[in-house]
Ligand binder design. Sequence first.
Ligand code: ATP
Length: 352
Amino acid sequence: MGDFIIRIENLSKTFEGGEPVLKNVTINIKKNEFITLLGPSGCGKTTLLRILGGFDEQTTGKIYFENKLLKGIPPYKRKLNTVFQKYALFPHMNVTENIAFGLNIKKVHKDTIKNKVAQMLSLVNLQGFEDRKVTSLSGGQQQRIAIARALINEPEVLLLDEPLGALDLKLRKSMQIELKKIQKQLGITFIFVTHDQEEALTMSDTVVVFKGGKIQQIGSPVDIYNEPDNAFVANFIGESNILSGIMIKDFLVKFDEVEFGCVDAGFGENTMIDIVIRPEDFQIFMDTDKVAKLQGIVKRVTFKGVHYEMEIKTKFRTFIVHSTKMFPVEAIVGLDLNPEDIHIMNKGDNDE
Ligand code: ATP
């Protein structure tokens, strides 16, 4: 257990008179990890972050910080700092006064504060902004000041609640890269909350997918994307084709009356399962080129910048297929799949 900076054990939360919003949450967080809590609005991400920050308390369960029980410790005494979505800067203070706020309270020497503020401004790429009014800054600049204000306290863990949510797409992308760089540079543990799956996949070492207060899957971005545990994760993480099938035996699955080789085993024989197929994993070709396992008609084509998205209607369903090659509407096409592109999931835990 030594390597974990935070351990969350069987944590549940029910607000008075309400339904449970966190159900038996267990997460182990390593030192220097960039971990993201991902899920749709209302799934309990912020509530978990608030409990970690000391702004709220769990109903049951335990949190350990560096192997010590974290209980009854007020927010300002925790080695955690929080950055919220709304920057919550003090409008009547300039940039320096905002960043220095925590150190001024601790009565740190003025020269030390000056040096540290300069260090922080360089870290967030805002050198020379010392005397600017915060109200004169853009959204992105304000958010960077909020991050600098949290980091100057040298927290061991930074909690970030949708910190990029209010920024436009381009700024958001560049801030994602900057934040990740800062995290690596300082070696701080980041616990990041977002409902944006792309953001989670880009930035994190580990992603925790939530639905209705329950963890659906914990894993690296690659694992979560390639090996989703259930249909909810598959769908939430990226556009997918999700269908029912039968696992005939290890490494052999059947759907839409066709048998396919796959790389999964251990589901038993003749077992109903769910299958996820990513749109980019199909091989698509003109039907005349070779005999395909599945045959369909192109019903819609949309250009998406790098690839074409096509709806292919087969005898049993409509698949979403991505390809850099365009097949025109009404073309009769063949579809095929490599074994590793068919992901098998247990049935039953999809809607829970
Ligand atoms: P979002 O992405 O929209 O911020 P979230 O995943 O962070 O959502 P939470 O803010 O944690 O979700 O909310 C989880 C559930 O708990 C919601 O149904 C919310 O209405 C409820 N909730 C949050 N705070 C309180 C509170 N103080 N009292 C009662 N219910 C609350």
